[in-house]
Design a binder for this molecule. Sequence first.
Ligand code: ATP
Ligand code: MG
Length: 139
Amino acid sequence: MAIEQTLSIIKPDAVSKGVIGQIIDRFESKGLRIAAMKKSQLSREDAGEFYGIHRERPFFNDLVDFMVSGPVVIMVLEGENAVVENRVIMGATNPKDAAKGTIRHDFADSIDANAVHGSDSIENADIEIKFFFSKREIH
Ligand code: ATP
Ligand code: MG
């Protein structure tokens, strides 16, 4: 299997709950390495561009409002099959559907406030990593 990089965001709900460390532990204990990390407050412009693929969806404005409602932690995760591995560790988009032991099952309250973002493909991971990090910030 190939070593991949993927983008992870710990969303404002999880940051304000004080579970950054517990979420990072899920990644590290399953073999994903933190290659880059920063805490940031997204602007509306950043959040809208980042989730631009959903611009026409009815939940777009709520999604942007939520993503700018507090600071986030943005990471590049690296490891074997990292894109799919991260999505498995995260669980389903709606925490009600997320399997036991996944981050969204254990830490998320609703489909809006669902604790984490993860890139959904290798192509999008590359775009999303470049959106937030320069090469010299990734180790
Ligand atoms: P993310 O991109 O944040 O990792 P995801 O890939 O699991 O989540 P997407 O389909 O990309 O899900 O949706 C992006 C975000 O938009 C979701 O995390 C969720 O908060 C919100 N969202 C998606 N579908 C709905 C919906 N039907 N109703 C309300 N909010 C939704
Ligand atoms: Mg997505």
